[in-house]
Ligand binder design. Structure first.
Ligand code: SF4
Ligand code: SF4
Length: 381
């Protein structure tokens, strides 16, 4: 997928023709992945038929709360997003790095995971495009690239969907990461449902996006259809449940390592690490070796880890972040401050997953606002 954005005037694709998009991508050798309903939540998985998509489902989200419910219409993308992100495919939770076996000829080492194949992602939201761009920076743009990520990222076809419904915990508008997709897609859809019609306004982002669109029955979008699509995205921005004040956020957190708010959040935080697992940009891992009982086979695995575990900051002699206070502070300060120094961008895209999927509803926007307010109170503002 190239990085250029919009190359031509928007087109219109009728709802009845959307299945053809999946079929065309399958025929081009892509593994088509998109939203499905699993365990009463929207989850990204294989999607060969739109019958498996969350047709007519929407969600209610708040701190520590997620519920799917049937919407009033047959929208395909009427939900915000669930706990899974595209990290599931681009940076899997468990990867075998290599394995070795002993035999008559000594050790034989088999390197690397199997071929990743080509992925087509259907329904990628703007905040998720930003999260992928952040992971590109981390895994591809530095001195060393990550071969697992590189193999999985290189042949993607991305169908973005502009949000028509903001989740209760979303704050992408205040992070400048949504709700409209502006880069990083091959095609971008805005779903329009009115009393008479159900259709998609389609923007083309790349040459391969244009080639795929050409295989589908479509027509140029009228001024009225374009205006409707724009109005839908504007409404999603207005509905956004939360905001993050990012002004001077890095310096704010650097000035407040000893703020009493860290003690307050530590009383509530279970240090379960859910926030790091659902976050589309978090990437900390550990490495584990395992042998079988014969002692003839050994494997090395890379597994997602979390800065909320004691082991994660273990160095000779003990863990340097032994309290919940220090672990939450590390996580939030990395996301919103040190990440900027490290990678030149915030580590947070405002998707709200860490708020929804925190079992006790700890809210990164509220914690930041509380620290900001405590400084103002000290100054008597
Ligand atoms: S820190 Fe929270 S809101 Fe920000 S990107 Fe991660 S999960 Fe989303
Ligand atoms: S902030 Fe919430 S999700 Fe994260 S570790 Fe603490 S309790 Fe778990």
């Amino acid at each position: 997928m190239g990085k250029m954005s919009q190359t031509s005037e928007p087109a219109v694709l009728e709802r009845d023709h959307l299945q053809l998009l999946l079929d065309v991508l399958s025929k081009r050798g892509y593994r088509v992945l998109g939203p499905t309903v699993r365990d009463q939540a929207v989850a990204y998985d294989d999607l060969t038929s739109l019958a498996d998509a969350p047709v007519g489902w929407t969600d209610e989200q708040n701190g520590g709360t997620y519920r799917l419910k049937k919407g009033a219409d047959g929208a395909l993308f009427g939900y915000a997003h669930g706990p899974t992100s595209w990290k599931k495919f681009l940076y899997p939770a468990e990867v075998r790095l290599w394995r070795a076996k002993t035999g008559a000829d000594g050790f034989q080492i088999e390197e690397g995971p199997e071929e990743a194949g080509k992925f087509a992602f259907i329904g990628v939201r703007s905040c998720e495009l930003h999260a992928i761009a952040i992971q590109d920076k981390v895994f591809l743009d530095g001195k060393f690239s990550d071969p697992v990520y590189k193999a999985r990222r290189q042949d993607n076809f991305i169908v973005a969907v502009n949000c028509g419904h903001a989740g209760g915990t979303c704050f992408c508008a205040s992070m400048n990461t949504g709700p409209k997709a502006t880069f990083g897609f091959d095609l971008a859809l805005t779903e329009v449902l009115d009393a008479k019609r159900h259709y998609f306004v389609v923007e083309v982002g790349t040459k391969q996006g244009a080639e795929v669109l050409d295989k589908l029955p479509h027509k140029a979008a009228s001024a009225e259809e374009k205006a409707k699509a724009e109005g839908i995205v504007a409404e999603a921005a207005r509905q956004m449940g939360r905001t993050m004040d990012t002004k001077g956020i890095k310096e704010l957190l650097y000035r407040n390592y000893e703020n009493p708010r860290w003690d307050d959040v530590a009383k509530r935080c279970l240090t379960c690490g859910n926030c790091t697992l659902v976050c589309p940009t978090c990437f900390c891992t550990t490495v584990e070796d395992a042998t079988d009982l014969t002692g003839e086979h050994v494997e090395r695995w890379r597994k997602l880890d979390s800065c909320f575990t004691m082991d994660f900051s273990y160095i000779h002699g003990g863990s340097i972040r032994s309290t919940g206070r220090s672990r939450y502070r590390q996580w939030m300060t990395h996301k919103l401050a040190t990440w900027i120094d490290q990678f030149g961008t915030s580590g947070c895209v405002g998707c709200g997953r860490c708020i929804t999927w925190c079992p006790v509803g700890i809210d990164i926007t509220e914690e930041t606002a509380a620290i900001r307010q405590s400084e103002k109170s000290k100054k008597g503002e």
